[in-house]
Design a protein around this ligand. Structure first.
Ligand SMILES: NC(=O)C1=CN([C@@H]2O[C@H](COP(=O)(O)OP(=O)(O)OC[C@H]3O[C@@H](n4cnc5c(N)ncnc54)[C@H](OP(=O)(O)O)[C@@H]3O)[C@@H](O)[C@H]2O)C=CC1
Ligand SMILES: Nc1nc(=O)c2c([nH]1)NC[C@@H]1CN(c3ccc(C(=O)N[C@@H](CCC(=O)O)C(=O)O)cc3)C=[N+]21
Ligand SMILES: [Mg+2]
Length: 313
């Protein structure tokens, strides 16, 4: 008599690791090749300038990583370091100066701006981002670029959601007709992510359109149940490991955007995502790690946007 192996099998999955670090390296190589071809054909060396106000340690790490990645791809990566006591007016002037500099193709104002900045009043972040020339806005945070994306005719795609789209595409995870739940509705990640996956056509990548998207947030009722209904769950919350195994459906794809620095119990710090990785691993069919997941992809797409900006200049 044949034994039904389905019945005997212990019902536990181990998810496939979605290696963002590897995919990001692949994209960075592609961008690097395109940069070389562009420069060889007489184009200017693409130049990204990051503006860093104050000395936030996490921001220092990101800006350093960006500079390193630029260099490897043949992009001129500059960092403008401004003291924490820079004023709003001074910062606006710095951005205007970069707008006017024809050698600078991409401008990135590192967020968050220091809380006690601008003489203790805090910065008006929106006003700073509104100052960035939309043609140099490689973050795609300016109102023009947000609007163009919303209308399905983007000039620049925002780096973190675009990185996720590239990862899904390159890992052959289709989203068409699937239920995607995005937890988080920030202007940087959650909102543009949801919009991009719901596009009708290929404006944000042909293979990553036509998802059915739910946006969840801190006021969502029955969050666990909503998350469990996702074929693809994207967590961009900023709360360490808040998405537990009970919130992940069997076989779901889990994308963890969270980057949270928590104490490692040995006097140091470690990075964890918004997802409880060990728990989700047993339920999901595929999952991104933290670190080594979405973070490196964000930087790869920033290089891509800088090349695009140089080509359009
Ligand atoms: N990998 C990468 O490249 C990047 C990673 N990040 C990381 O991603 C995470 C999110 O970043 P960001 O989008 O800027 O964060 P924000 O703080 O701007 O937004 C967080 C969102 O999560 C929602 N939220 C907060 N708490 C809960 C909760 N308990 N339940 C449900 N929803 C909740 C908030 O809801 P509400 O709107 O109601 O307040 C908000 O919409 C952070 O860890 C950040 O470090 C960010 C950018 C790039
Ligand atoms: N104007 C602006 N644009 C941004 O795109 C922007 C920003 N401000 N402010 C902060 C967030 C966050 N962000 C990350 C980028 C790379 C990693 C990254 O490379 N992470 C590595 C590890 C990094 C580490 O070791 O700390 C990883 O996940 O493997 C993470 C987070 C971009 N952001
Ligand atoms: Mg944030």
């Amino acid at each position: 008599m044949a034994i039904n192996s389905d019945v005997l099998e212990v019902k536990s999955m181990t998810a496939r690791l979605l290696d963002g670090k590897r995919v990001a390296a692949e994209i960075r190589d592609e961008v690097g090749n395109e940069v070389r071809a562009f420069v060889q054909s007489g184009g200017p060396t693409p130049c990204l300038t990051a503006v860093l106000v104050g000395e936030d340690p996490a921001s220092q790490v990101y800006v350093r990583n960006k500079a390193k990645a630029c260099e490897k791809a043949g992009i001129d990566g500059r960092t403008m370091r401004l003291p924490a006591d820079t004023t709003q007016i001074q910062l606006v002037e710095v951005v205007r100066g970069l707008n006017a500099d024809p050698a600078v193709h991409g401008i990135l104002v590192q967020l968050p701006l220091p809380a006690g900045g601008n003489g203790g009043q805090g910065f008006n972040e929106r006003a700073i981002l509104d100052t960035v020339d939309p043609n140099k806005d490689v973050d795609a945070f300016s109102p023009v670029n947000v609007g163009l994306l919303m209308q399905g005719r983007p000039r620049f795609l925002p780096c973190t959601p675009h990185g996720i789209v590239q990862l899904l595409h390159r890992e052959k995870i289709s989203v068409a007709g699937k239920h995607v739940v995005v937890v988080g509705r920030s202007d940087i990640v959650g909102k543009p992510m949801a919009m991009m996956l719901a596009q009708r056509d290929g404006s944000c990548g042909r293979e990553v359109a036509n998802a059915t998207v739910t946006i969840a947030h801190s006021r969502t009722a029955n969050l666990a149940e909503v998350c469990r209904s996702a074929d693809i769950l994207i967590a961009a919350v900023g709360v360490p490991e808040m998405i537990g195994g009970d919130m992940v459906a069997d076989g779901a794809v889990v994308i963890d955007v969270g980057i949270n620095r928590v104490e490692d119990g040995a006097g140091g710090y470690k990075l964890v995502g918004d997802v409880n990785f060990a728990e989700a691993m047993d339920k999901a069919s595929a999952i991104t790690p933290v670190p080594g997941g979405v973070g490196p992809l964000t930087i790869a797409m920033l290089l891509h946007n800088t090349l695009l900006a140089a080509k359009q200049s």
